[in-house]
Design a protein around this ligand. Structure first.
Ligand code: ATP
Ligand code: MG
Length: 462
Protein backbone atom coordinates (compact mmCIF):
# COMPACT_ATOMS: atom_id res chain seq x y z
CA UNK A 1 0.00 0.00 0.00
CA UNK A 2 1.21 3.46 -0.79
CA UNK A 3 1.96 5.32 2.44
CA UNK A 4 0.98 8.67 0.99
CA UNK A 5 -2.43 7.42 0.07
CA UNK A 6 -3.03 6.19 3.59
CA UNK A 7 -1.94 9.47 5.09
CA UNK A 8 -4.18 11.38 2.68
CA UNK A 9 -7.09 9.08 3.48
CA UNK A 10 -6.84 10.04 7.09
CA UNK A 11 -8.45 13.21 8.33
CA UNK A 12 -6.16 16.22 7.97
CA UNK A 13 -4.59 17.74 11.07
CA UNK A 14 -7.21 18.87 13.47
CA UNK A 15 -9.88 16.84 11.72
CA UNK A 16 -10.64 14.64 14.67
CA UNK A 17 -13.99 13.05 14.78
CA UNK A 18 -15.30 14.06 18.17
CA UNK A 19 -17.65 11.70 19.94
CA UNK A 20 -19.45 13.63 22.65
CA UNK A 21 -19.92 12.25 26.16
CA UNK A 22 -23.55 11.35 25.47
CA UNK A 23 -22.55 9.24 22.46
CA UNK A 24 -20.05 6.89 24.10
CA UNK A 25 -19.94 4.66 27.14
CA UNK A 26 -16.81 5.76 29.01
CA UNK A 27 -17.67 6.73 32.53
CA UNK A 28 -15.25 8.32 34.97
CA UNK A 29 -16.22 5.82 37.64
CA UNK A 30 -14.43 3.12 35.60
CA UNK A 31 -11.19 5.08 35.46
CA UNK A 32 -8.65 4.33 38.18
CA UNK A 33 -8.46 7.10 40.79
CA UNK A 34 -4.77 7.80 40.20
CA UNK A 35 -5.28 8.17 36.47
CA UNK A 36 -8.16 10.59 37.07
CA UNK A 37 -6.03 12.68 39.42
CA UNK A 38 -3.25 12.88 36.84
CA UNK A 39 -5.71 13.94 34.13
CA UNK A 40 -7.30 16.62 36.31
CA UNK A 41 -4.00 17.97 37.60
CA UNK A 42 -2.57 18.32 34.09
CA UNK A 43 -5.79 19.94 32.90
CA UNK A 44 -5.86 22.41 35.81
CA UNK A 45 -2.25 23.34 35.08
CA UNK A 46 -3.30 24.34 31.57
CA UNK A 47 -2.06 21.32 29.66
CA UNK A 48 -4.01 19.02 27.41
CA UNK A 49 -4.69 15.69 29.07
CA UNK A 50 -6.13 12.54 27.54
CA UNK A 51 -6.57 8.96 28.48
CA UNK A 52 -5.27 6.97 25.54
CA UNK A 53 -4.41 3.56 24.16
CA UNK A 54 -5.54 0.23 25.54
CA UNK A 55 -7.48 1.76 28.43
CA UNK A 56 -9.79 3.79 26.15
CA UNK A 57 -10.20 0.82 23.84
CA UNK A 58 -11.02 -1.56 26.70
CA UNK A 59 -13.39 0.89 28.40
CA UNK A 60 -15.29 1.33 25.13
CA UNK A 61 -15.51 -2.45 24.86
CA UNK A 62 -16.92 -2.62 28.37
CA UNK A 63 -13.78 -4.08 29.93
CA UNK A 64 -11.82 -3.13 33.03
CA UNK A 65 -8.35 -1.98 32.02
CA UNK A 66 -5.51 -2.77 34.40
CA UNK A 67 -3.31 0.11 33.37
CA UNK A 68 -4.15 3.61 32.31
CA UNK A 69 -1.97 5.60 29.97
CA UNK A 70 -2.16 9.36 29.74
CA UNK A 71 -1.05 11.53 26.81
CA UNK A 72 -0.34 15.22 27.20
CA UNK A 73 1.34 18.20 25.58
CA UNK A 74 3.39 18.74 28.76
CA UNK A 75 7.00 17.59 28.43
CA UNK A 76 8.26 14.88 30.84
CA UNK A 77 10.02 17.58 32.86
CA UNK A 78 6.84 19.64 33.09
CA UNK A 79 4.97 16.55 34.22
CA UNK A 80 7.60 15.90 36.87
CA UNK A 81 7.26 19.43 38.14
CA UNK A 82 3.54 18.84 38.78
CA UNK A 83 3.78 15.59 40.75
CA UNK A 84 5.87 14.75 43.74
CA UNK A 85 5.33 11.04 43.20
CA UNK A 86 6.79 11.07 39.71
CA UNK A 87 9.86 9.56 38.08
CA UNK A 88 11.10 9.77 34.52
CA UNK A 89 11.95 6.50 32.81
CA UNK A 90 12.92 5.04 29.45
CA UNK A 91 15.40 5.86 26.77
CA UNK A 92 13.64 4.55 23.69
CA UNK A 93 10.52 6.36 24.83
CA UNK A 94 11.02 8.88 27.59
CA UNK A 95 8.03 8.72 29.90
CA UNK A 96 6.83 9.92 33.26
CA UNK A 97 5.50 7.45 35.81
CA UNK A 98 3.24 8.89 38.47
CA UNK A 99 2.94 6.49 41.38
CA UNK A 100 -0.06 6.12 43.70
CA UNK A 101 0.70 3.14 45.90
CA UNK A 102 0.26 0.14 43.63
CA UNK A 103 -1.20 2.17 40.80
CA UNK A 104 1.29 3.54 38.29
CA UNK A 105 0.04 5.99 35.69
CA UNK A 106 2.17 6.29 32.60
CA UNK A 107 2.24 9.81 31.20
CA UNK A 108 3.65 10.28 27.70
CA UNK A 109 4.21 13.51 25.85
CA UNK A 110 2.68 13.62 22.35
CA UNK A 111 5.16 12.21 19.85
CA UNK A 112 5.74 14.20 16.68
CA UNK A 113 5.55 12.98 13.10
CA UNK A 114 8.67 14.58 11.75
CA UNK A 115 12.10 15.25 13.10
CA UNK A 116 13.29 18.74 12.25
CA UNK A 117 16.61 17.95 13.86
CA UNK A 118 15.70 19.47 17.21
CA UNK A 119 14.25 16.27 18.59
CA UNK A 120 15.62 12.89 19.42
CA UNK A 121 14.52 10.27 16.93
CA UNK A 122 16.71 7.46 15.78
CA UNK A 123 16.14 4.93 13.00
CA UNK A 124 18.47 2.02 12.19
CA UNK A 125 17.68 0.26 8.89
CA UNK A 126 14.16 1.64 9.06
CA UNK A 127 13.75 0.50 12.65
CA UNK A 128 12.70 2.98 15.26
CA UNK A 129 15.19 2.64 18.08
CA UNK A 130 14.47 5.93 19.76
CA UNK A 131 11.54 8.29 19.52
CA UNK A 132 11.62 11.40 21.63
CA UNK A 133 10.42 13.96 19.12
CA UNK A 134 7.48 15.79 20.63
CA UNK A 135 4.52 16.94 18.59
CA UNK A 136 0.80 17.53 18.45
CA UNK A 137 -1.98 15.16 19.41
CA UNK A 138 -2.73 14.59 15.70
CA UNK A 139 0.85 13.51 15.12
CA UNK A 140 0.74 11.39 18.24
CA UNK A 141 -2.34 9.56 16.96
CA UNK A 142 -0.85 8.45 13.64
CA UNK A 143 2.30 7.01 15.16
CA UNK A 144 0.39 4.63 17.38
CA UNK A 145 0.03 1.06 16.18
CA UNK A 146 -3.63 0.16 15.62
CA UNK A 147 -6.61 2.41 14.96
CA UNK A 148 -8.42 1.12 18.07
CA UNK A 149 -5.34 2.02 20.13
CA UNK A 150 -5.39 5.64 18.93
CA UNK A 151 -8.57 6.89 20.60
CA UNK A 152 -8.25 9.75 23.08
CA UNK A 153 -10.56 10.45 25.99
CA UNK A 154 -10.45 14.17 26.72
CA UNK A 155 -10.71 15.11 30.40
CA UNK A 156 -11.68 18.69 29.38
CA UNK A 157 -15.13 17.69 28.05
CA UNK A 158 -15.24 13.88 28.44
CA UNK A 159 -15.42 13.40 24.67
CA UNK A 160 -13.52 10.79 22.66
CA UNK A 161 -11.36 11.92 19.74
CA UNK A 162 -10.75 9.71 16.76
CA UNK A 163 -8.47 10.73 13.88
CA UNK A 164 -7.92 7.31 12.34
CA UNK A 165 -11.28 5.54 12.12
CA UNK A 166 -10.71 3.66 15.37
CA UNK A 167 -14.35 3.93 16.46
CA UNK A 168 -15.57 2.20 13.30
CA UNK A 169 -12.95 -0.52 13.60
CA UNK A 170 -13.85 -1.02 17.24
CA UNK A 171 -17.47 -1.47 16.28
CA UNK A 172 -16.57 -4.01 13.62
CA UNK A 173 -14.00 -5.65 15.90
CA UNK A 174 -11.18 -5.15 13.43
CA UNK A 175 -7.53 -4.60 14.25
CA UNK A 176 -6.04 -2.32 11.62
CA UNK A 177 -2.51 -0.95 11.58
CA UNK A 178 -2.32 2.80 11.05
CA UNK A 179 -0.39 3.91 7.95
CA UNK A 180 1.56 1.73 5.56
CA UNK A 181 1.83 -1.75 7.10
CA UNK A 182 5.16 -2.55 5.45
CA UNK A 183 6.77 0.58 6.78
CA UNK A 184 5.19 0.27 10.24
CA UNK A 185 6.39 -3.33 10.66
CA UNK A 186 9.84 -2.43 9.46
CA UNK A 187 9.98 0.35 12.05
CA UNK A 188 9.01 -2.14 14.74
CA UNK A 189 8.54 -5.84 13.89
CA UNK A 190 7.10 -6.51 17.35
CA UNK A 191 3.91 -4.85 16.07
CA UNK A 192 3.23 -8.14 14.26
CA UNK A 193 3.13 -9.95 17.60
CA UNK A 194 1.02 -7.17 19.09
CA UNK A 195 -1.46 -7.68 16.26
CA UNK A 196 -1.70 -11.42 16.95
CA UNK A 197 -1.92 -10.85 20.70
CA UNK A 198 -4.54 -8.12 20.64
CA UNK A 199 -6.64 -10.04 18.10
CA UNK A 200 -6.56 -12.98 20.51
CA UNK A 201 -7.25 -10.93 23.60
CA UNK A 202 -10.07 -8.86 22.11
CA UNK A 203 -11.42 -11.55 19.81
CA UNK A 204 -10.94 -9.20 16.86
CA UNK A 205 -10.03 -10.07 13.30
CA UNK A 206 -6.87 -8.63 11.81
CA UNK A 207 -7.63 -6.52 8.73
CA UNK A 208 -6.34 -8.27 5.57
CA UNK A 209 -3.88 -5.50 4.69
CA UNK A 210 -2.59 -5.57 8.28
CA UNK A 211 -1.96 -9.34 8.20
CA UNK A 212 -0.69 -9.51 4.60
CA UNK A 213 2.96 -8.59 5.35
CA UNK A 214 3.39 -11.25 8.07
CA UNK A 215 4.56 -13.83 5.54
CA UNK A 216 7.33 -11.67 4.15
CA UNK A 217 8.22 -9.52 7.17
CA UNK A 218 7.82 -12.13 9.93
CA UNK A 219 11.52 -13.01 9.69
CA UNK A 220 12.34 -9.46 10.88
CA UNK A 221 11.31 -10.65 14.34
CA UNK A 222 14.60 -12.53 14.49
CA UNK A 223 16.26 -9.12 14.84
CA UNK A 224 14.03 -7.89 17.66
CA UNK A 225 15.87 -7.62 20.97
CA UNK A 226 15.48 -10.93 22.87
CA UNK A 227 14.71 -9.06 26.09
CA UNK A 228 11.79 -7.32 24.43
CA UNK A 229 10.56 -10.64 23.07
CA UNK A 230 10.65 -12.04 26.59
CA UNK A 231 8.38 -9.19 27.76
CA UNK A 232 6.12 -9.70 24.79
CA UNK A 233 6.01 -13.47 25.44
CA UNK A 234 4.74 -12.82 28.95
CA UNK A 235 2.04 -10.53 27.57
CA UNK A 236 1.12 -13.15 24.99
CA UNK A 237 1.00 -16.16 27.25
CA UNK A 238 0.63 -14.98 30.84
CA UNK A 239 -1.89 -12.20 30.22
CA UNK A 240 -4.97 -14.38 30.59
CA UNK A 241 -5.39 -15.19 26.88
CA UNK A 242 -2.48 -17.54 26.35
CA UNK A 243 -4.33 -20.28 24.52
CA UNK A 244 -5.98 -17.81 22.16
CA UNK A 245 -2.56 -16.17 21.61
CA UNK A 246 -1.00 -19.51 20.66
CA UNK A 247 -3.76 -20.15 18.15
CA UNK A 248 -3.51 -16.64 16.76
CA UNK A 249 0.28 -16.90 16.36
CA UNK A 250 -0.05 -20.27 14.66
CA UNK A 251 -2.84 -19.10 12.38
CA UNK A 252 -0.74 -16.14 11.28
CA UNK A 253 2.47 -18.13 10.98
CA UNK A 254 4.27 -16.02 13.54
CA UNK A 255 5.00 -18.62 16.23
CA UNK A 256 7.91 -19.89 14.15
CA UNK A 257 9.73 -16.55 14.62
CA UNK A 258 9.46 -16.47 18.42
CA UNK A 259 9.35 -20.13 19.47
CA UNK A 260 10.83 -21.83 16.39
CA UNK A 261 11.32 -25.27 17.93
CA UNK A 262 7.83 -25.26 19.45
CA UNK A 263 6.29 -24.24 16.14
CA UNK A 264 8.18 -26.99 14.34
CA UNK A 265 7.20 -29.63 16.91
CA UNK A 266 3.54 -28.67 16.54
CA UNK A 267 3.67 -28.39 12.79
CA UNK A 268 5.67 -31.52 11.94
CA UNK A 269 3.50 -33.74 14.07
CA UNK A 270 -0.03 -32.46 13.56
CA UNK A 271 -1.60 -34.72 16.18
CA UNK A 272 1.31 -34.81 18.56
CA UNK A 273 0.26 -35.40 22.18
CA UNK A 274 2.54 -32.45 22.95
CA UNK A 275 -0.19 -30.17 21.60
CA UNK A 276 -2.57 -31.49 24.24
CA UNK A 277 0.01 -30.79 26.96
CA UNK A 278 0.72 -27.27 25.73
CA UNK A 279 -2.91 -26.32 25.22
CA UNK A 280 -3.86 -27.72 28.60
CA UNK A 281 -1.02 -25.76 30.15
CA UNK A 282 -2.10 -22.49 28.57
CA UNK A 283 -5.75 -23.09 29.42
CA UNK A 284 -4.93 -23.67 33.08
CA UNK A 285 -2.59 -20.67 33.13
CA UNK A 286 -5.42 -18.54 31.70
CA UNK A 287 -7.74 -19.83 34.41
CA UNK A 288 -5.19 -19.00 37.12
CA UNK A 289 -4.73 -15.47 35.76
CA UNK A 290 -8.49 -14.92 35.79
CA UNK A 291 -8.60 -16.12 39.40
CA UNK A 292 -5.77 -13.73 40.27
CA UNK A 293 -3.45 -16.60 41.16
CA UNK A 294 0.26 -16.38 40.56
CA UNK A 295 1.85 -17.76 37.41
CA UNK A 296 5.53 -18.23 36.64
CA UNK A 297 7.33 -17.76 33.33
CA UNK A 298 9.33 -20.93 34.17
CA UNK A 299 6.23 -23.08 33.92
CA UNK A 300 5.30 -21.47 30.61
CA UNK A 301 8.72 -22.14 29.10
CA UNK A 302 8.80 -25.67 30.54
CA UNK A 303 5.54 -26.38 28.70
CA UNK A 304 6.47 -24.57 25.47
CA UNK A 305 9.78 -26.36 25.14
CA UNK A 306 8.91 -29.80 26.50
CA UNK A 307 7.92 -31.21 23.09
CA UNK A 308 11.04 -29.90 21.33
CA UNK A 309 13.21 -31.16 24.18
CA UNK A 310 11.75 -34.69 24.03
CA UNK A 311 12.07 -34.76 20.22
CA UNK A 312 15.69 -33.65 20.41
CA UNK A 313 16.39 -36.24 23.08
CA UNK A 314 14.82 -38.96 20.93
CA UNK A 315 16.83 -38.00 17.89
CA UNK A 316 20.03 -38.06 19.95
CA UNK A 317 19.15 -41.52 21.24
CA UNK A 318 18.32 -42.64 17.70
CA UNK A 319 21.76 -41.38 16.76
CA UNK A 320 23.35 -43.69 19.32
CA UNK A 321 23.58 -41.38 22.31
CA UNK A 322 23.41 -42.73 25.84
CA UNK A 323 19.89 -41.95 27.22
CA UNK A 324 20.93 -39.87 30.21
CA UNK A 325 23.47 -37.91 28.16
CA UNK A 326 20.79 -37.43 25.51
CA UNK A 327 18.44 -35.88 28.06
CA UNK A 328 21.10 -33.46 29.29
CA UNK A 329 22.18 -32.46 25.82
CA UNK A 330 18.61 -32.03 24.66
CA UNK A 331 17.84 -29.72 27.60
CA UNK A 332 20.96 -27.64 26.93
CA UNK A 333 20.39 -27.41 23.22
CA UNK A 334 16.72 -26.50 23.37
CA UNK A 335 17.22 -23.85 26.04
CA UNK A 336 20.23 -22.39 24.26
CA UNK A 337 18.47 -22.17 20.92
CA UNK A 338 15.39 -20.58 22.46
CA UNK A 339 17.56 -18.02 24.27
CA UNK A 340 18.68 -16.67 20.90
CA UNK A 341 15.12 -15.46 20.30
CA UNK A 342 13.71 -14.86 23.75
CA UNK A 343 15.94 -13.83 26.65
CA UNK A 344 14.65 -15.96 29.51
CA UNK A 345 16.24 -14.63 32.71
CA UNK A 346 18.62 -17.11 34.26
CA UNK A 347 16.53 -17.86 37.34
CA UNK A 348 13.61 -18.97 35.17
CA UNK A 349 15.81 -21.08 32.89
CA UNK A 350 17.21 -22.85 35.95
CA UNK A 351 13.69 -23.54 37.16
CA UNK A 352 12.67 -24.92 33.75
CA UNK A 353 15.52 -27.42 34.01
CA UNK A 354 14.41 -28.36 37.52
CA UNK A 355 10.78 -28.85 36.59
CA UNK A 356 11.94 -31.20 33.86
CA UNK A 357 14.62 -33.02 35.81
CA UNK A 358 12.22 -33.75 38.66
CA UNK A 359 9.85 -35.61 36.33
CA UNK A 360 11.61 -39.00 36.41
CA UNK A 361 11.77 -38.74 40.18
CA UNK A 362 8.00 -39.05 40.44
CA UNK A 363 8.46 -42.61 39.32
CA UNK A 364 10.95 -43.49 42.04
CA UNK A 365 9.24 -45.26 44.89
CA UNK A 366 11.94 -45.49 47.56
CA UNK A 367 10.70 -43.87 50.75
CA UNK A 368 13.67 -41.55 50.90
CA UNK A 369 13.18 -40.30 47.34
CA UNK A 370 9.47 -39.74 47.92
CA UNK A 371 10.07 -37.60 51.01
CA UNK A 372 12.91 -35.72 49.37
CA UNK A 373 10.82 -34.94 46.35
CA UNK A 374 7.93 -33.70 48.48
CA UNK A 375 10.27 -31.30 50.23
CA UNK A 376 11.91 -30.04 47.07
CA UNK A 377 11.45 -26.24 46.70
CA UNK A 378 10.04 -26.73 43.20
CA UNK A 379 7.94 -29.76 44.06
CA UNK A 380 4.71 -27.91 43.42
CA UNK A 381 5.68 -26.71 39.94
CA UNK A 382 7.06 -30.13 39.06
CA UNK A 383 3.89 -31.81 40.32
CA UNK A 384 1.71 -29.40 38.31
CA UNK A 385 3.82 -30.29 35.31
CA UNK A 386 3.30 -34.00 35.97
CA UNK A 387 -0.46 -33.34 35.97
CA UNK A 388 -0.06 -31.67 32.58
CA UNK A 389 1.84 -34.62 31.24
CA UNK A 390 -1.25 -36.72 31.84
CA UNK A 391 -2.80 -34.81 28.92
CA UNK A 392 0.14 -35.97 26.84
CA UNK A 393 0.47 -39.50 28.24
CA UNK A 394 -2.76 -40.82 29.78
CA UNK A 395 -0.74 -43.74 31.16
CA UNK A 396 0.58 -41.35 33.81
CA UNK A 397 -2.86 -40.75 35.33
CA UNK A 398 -2.52 -43.27 38.15
CA UNK A 399 0.94 -42.08 39.10
CA UNK A 400 -0.31 -38.49 39.14
CA UNK A 401 -3.28 -39.47 41.28
CA UNK A 402 -0.94 -41.14 43.78
CA UNK A 403 1.06 -37.93 44.13
CA UNK A 404 -2.09 -35.88 44.49
CA UNK A 405 -3.07 -38.04 47.42
CA UNK A 406 0.44 -38.20 48.84
CA UNK A 407 0.38 -34.47 49.49
CA UNK A 408 -2.66 -34.78 51.74
CA UNK A 409 -0.99 -37.26 54.06
CA UNK A 410 1.20 -36.67 57.08
CA UNK A 411 4.54 -38.47 57.34
CA UNK A 412 3.21 -41.49 59.15
CA UNK A 413 0.27 -41.98 56.82
CA UNK A 414 2.44 -41.41 53.82
CA UNK A 415 4.94 -44.02 54.99
CA UNK A 416 2.06 -46.44 55.38
CA UNK A 417 0.61 -45.56 52.03
CA UNK A 418 3.87 -46.32 50.31
CA UNK A 419 3.09 -49.96 50.97
CA UNK A 420 -0.66 -49.79 50.74
CA UNK A 421 -1.26 -47.62 47.73
CA UNK A 422 -0.55 -48.47 44.12
CA UNK A 423 3.05 -49.38 43.87
CA UNK A 424 5.06 -46.88 41.96
CA UNK A 425 6.86 -48.33 39.05
CA UNK A 426 10.62 -48.53 39.03
CA UNK A 427 12.24 -45.52 37.53
CA UNK A 428 11.87 -45.63 33.78
CA UNK A 429 15.03 -46.05 31.81
CA UNK A 430 14.40 -42.85 29.92
CA UNK A 431 14.08 -39.79 32.11
CA UNK A 432 10.55 -38.52 31.81
CA UNK A 433 9.36 -41.57 29.90
CA UNK A 434 5.84 -42.73 30.83
CA UNK A 435 6.13 -45.48 33.40
CA UNK A 436 4.98 -49.00 32.68
CA UNK A 437 1.41 -49.84 33.55
CA UNK A 438 0.94 -49.53 37.29
CA UNK A 439 -0.12 -52.53 39.22
CA UNK A 440 -1.98 -52.47 42.44
CA UNK A 441 -0.61 -54.29 45.46
CA UNK A 442 -3.00 -56.40 47.37
CA UNK A 443 -3.65 -54.63 50.65
CA UNK A 444 -1.65 -56.27 53.37
CA UNK A 445 -1.37 -55.74 57.02
CA UNK A 446 1.67 -53.64 57.65
CA UNK A 447 4.50 -55.64 59.08
CA UNK A 448 6.91 -54.10 61.46
CA UNK A 449 9.46 -52.11 59.54
CA UNK A 450 7.44 -52.17 56.36
CA UNK A 451 7.62 -48.82 54.64
CA UNK A 452 11.04 -48.05 55.97
CA UNK A 453 12.45 -49.30 52.77
CA UNK A 454 11.06 -48.90 49.33
CA UNK A 455 7.67 -50.36 48.63
CA UNK A 456 8.27 -54.01 47.85
CA UNK A 457 9.57 -54.50 44.38
CA UNK A 458 6.88 -57.15 43.98
CA UNK A 459 4.16 -55.64 41.91
CA UNK A 460 6.46 -53.09 40.41
CA UNK A 461 8.27 -55.50 38.22
CA UNK A 462 5.93 -58.43 38.08
P1 ATP B 1 -2.63 -4.02 26.67
O1 ATP B 1 -4.06 -4.37 26.83
O2 ATP B 1 -1.80 -5.17 26.37
O3 ATP B 1 -2.06 -3.15 27.75
P2 ATP B 1 -2.21 -1.71 25.07
O4 ATP B 1 -2.75 -1.33 23.74
O5 ATP B 1 -2.57 -0.85 26.23
O6 ATP B 1 -2.63 -3.19 25.31
P3 ATP B 1 0.50 -1.08 25.72
O7 ATP B 1 1.72 -1.87 25.43
O8 ATP B 1 0.09 -0.83 27.11
O9 ATP B 1 -0.67 -1.83 24.94
O10 ATP B 1 0.66 0.28 24.92
C1 ATP B 1 -0.15 1.40 25.15
C2 ATP B 1 -0.40 2.15 23.84
O11 ATP B 1 0.85 2.60 23.29
C3 ATP B 1 -1.03 1.31 22.75
O12 ATP B 1 -2.43 1.27 22.89
C4 ATP B 1 -0.58 2.03 21.50
O13 ATP B 1 -1.36 3.18 21.28
C5 ATP B 1 0.82 2.49 21.86
N1 ATP B 1 1.84 1.50 21.47
C6 ATP B 1 2.32 0.49 22.23
N2 ATP B 1 3.26 -0.21 21.56
C7 ATP B 1 3.37 0.37 20.37
C8 ATP B 1 4.20 0.13 19.22
N3 ATP B 1 5.06 -0.89 19.22
N4 ATP B 1 4.06 0.94 18.15
C9 ATP B 1 3.19 1.97 18.17
N5 ATP B 1 2.40 2.24 19.20
C10 ATP B 1 2.48 1.47 20.29
MG1 MG C 1 -1.79 -0.94 28.22
Amino acid sequence: MNPERVIRDMPAHGAFRIIARAAHTISRKNIAPGALRVLYRLHEAGYQAFLVGGAVRDLLLGGHPKDFDVATDATPEQVRALFRNCRLIGRRFRLAHVVFGREIVEVATFRGGSDDGSGDRHLVDGRLVRDNVYGSIEEDAVRRDFTVNALYYDIADFSVRDAVGGMDDLQHRVLRLIGDPQQRYREDPVRMLRAARLAAKLDFTIAPETAAPFATLGPLLAEAPPARLFDESLKLFLGGHGLASLRSLERHDLLIHVFPATARALRQHPDTPFRALLEQSLASTDARVHEDKSVTPAFLFAAMLWGPMRLTEQSLIDGGSDPSAAWRHAVDRVLREQAQRVAVPRRFAVMVEEIWSLQPRFAQNAKKSVFRLLEHPHFRAAYDFLMLRVAESPGLAELAAWWTQAQQLDRVMLTESLAALPVLPVAPTLPGEPPPQLKRLRRRRRKRGAGKTAAPPKGAGE
